[in-house]
Design a protein around this ligand. Structure first.
Ligand code: GLN
Length: 451
């Protein structure tokens, strides 16, 4: 049961092989068994989930054809859920119970998806390892000594350990894609603006993007169809031929210190695509190396403005405090031109680089992370090193482009993967290419041992 896709679960529910109540109880039991070890949930919402499951069983009996009916889900804990506390991984918000659902939660509630709980994250989504959560670090199910990535590490660990079939995450500068790669699952940062940010606790309004996290690209496409502002079928193009596409390989991304296992898994992925007729061409994104600094300046400036509204700032953790200092610094009148304005200009150049590249190619293939998941406590004292983990992520975030993380193998025991970046609004094309890769490989079907 735990490895089944949305389609398989939905078909079982419709054939009455089990009820939605039974399915939900099954996942709640898995959470009871494994969450004490993984800490991927901050809050588990058993009665809410069972109430919703009862409703889903009724909808199924009425013949409603929505594929998501009754499929349990976990939401990242910076996405507001009505009457369920939403902590943002912060002591400042430990008791915050929203009166309304975020828009995206409301969309999924129409399918009566039982909410199993709220997943762990770095405080206010500022982090790359989950070690910055006020609720304790979530661990990587592939190796409990390793981080699950961040900031959506709780959602990634939850899906990887099969504690929920699907989850939501948020990605400002990589927080959906990097943990997905560290945990061996598939995940999409959709085109900026495709999903409403209403009810997501803001980190940076011009960068924040909610997205789906799941075992397979097909599941992402199904979920995304119901997460966007209005329903759109993202599954329609999944089985299109990909043979006519030209994929760009940004040379700067490959000039970084890539772990040999990651590099060779990307080579293997490319040969899978070549067999499907895809052509590759080297392209250049000259401002690539400025993307992390640009991201940090712009996102910390936004963060300091957002967090100014909090009353009990003394409860904030070290990383959030650090970013508030940086944000305040870059916004001071005497620094504004040199940092903030300059970063805005560089952002424009980064966008232009992508626009130029997309004149020649249909999509890009890049590394997702340079290595597999790193060890707990290995980077937490070195913020710059931690920020540089986002090197492959920040450019596409700044440009508002869709980007898909896909597992493509293992180093020794840990999952590794690659990233596909698309033109703005071409999420369906990315999902099409990703799905075809998964039709010819089985990395995405492998679960960590012991779960
Ligand atoms: N890791 C990045 C950061 O630390 C991205 C965070 C995010 O996408 N929410 O800011």
């Amino acid at each position: 049961m735990k490895n089944k896709t949305i389609k398989e679960l939905s078909s079982d529910l419709r054939k009455k092989e089990y009820s939605c109540i039974e399915l939900t109880k099954y996942y709640l039991q898995r959470i009871k068994d494994y969450n004490p070890k993984l800490n991927s949930f901050i809050t588990v919402t058993e009665s809410e989930a069972l109430g919703r499951a009862r409703l889903a069983d009724k909808l199924l009996a009425s013949g409603d054809s929505n594929l998501l009916i009754g499929i349990p889900i976990a939401h990242k804990d910076n996405i507001c859920t009505k009457n369920i506390r939403t902590t943002c991984g912060s002591n400042c918000m430990a008791d915050f119970v929203p009166a309304e659902d975020a828009h995206v939660v409301g969309q999924l509630q129409k399918a009566a998806m039982p909410i199993l709980g709220k997943t762990n994250l770095d405080e206010f989504a500022m982090g790359t390892s989950n070690e910055r959560s006020a609720f304790g670090v979530s661990l990587n199910p592939w190796d409990l000594e390793k981080v699950p990535g961040g900031s959506s590490g709780g959602s990634a660990a939850t899906v990887a350990a099969r504690l929920a079939p699907v989850a939501t995450g948020s990605d400002t500068g990589g927080s959906i894609r990097q943990p997905a790669t560290f945990c061996g699952i598939s995940a999409l940062r959709p085109t900026y603006g495709a999903i409403s940010r209403n009810g997501m606790v803001e980190l940076s309004a011009s960068l924040d993007q909610i997205g789906p996290m799941a075992k397979s690209v097909e599941d992402l496409a199904i979920l995304l169809s119901y997460m966007t502002k209005t329903y759109k079928d993202y599954t329609a193009q999944l089985n299109n031929r990909v043979g006519d596409f030209t994929v760009g390989l940004p040379k700067e991304y490959f000039a970084t210190d890539l772990d040999p296992a990651v590099a060779s898994s990307i080579d293997e992925a490319m040969s899978v695509f070549e067999k499907l007729g895809v052509k590759f061409r080297e392209i250049s994104l000259p401002n690539f190396f400025l993307s992390v600094a640009t991201y940090q300046i712009l996102s910390t400036a936004d963060a300091v403005r957002n967090l100014a509204k909090l009353d009990n700032k003394e409860l904030l953790g070290t990383e959030v405090k650090r970013r508030m200092l940086v944000g305040d610094y870059v916004l001071r009148p005497e620094h504004y031109d040199k940092y903030y304005l300059q970063a805005q200009k560089v952002r424009r150049l980064i966008c232009q680089d992508f626009e130029d590249a997309f004149k020649d190619v249909d999509l890009l293939l890049t590394p997702s992370t340079a290595t597999s998941a790193f060890a707990l406590n290995s980077q937490v004292k070195d913020p710059i090193k931690m920020y540089l983990n986002d090197i492959y992520m920040d450019g596409s975030s700044l440009a508002g482009l869709p980007a898909l993380a896909i597992p493509s193998g293992f180093d020794e025991i840990m999952p590794i993967g690659f990233q596909l970046i698309g033109k703005r609004g071409f999420d369906s094309l990315l999902l099409n290419v990703g799905h075809q890769y998964q039709q010819h490989t089985d990395w995405h079907t492998i679960a960590p041992e012991g779960y």
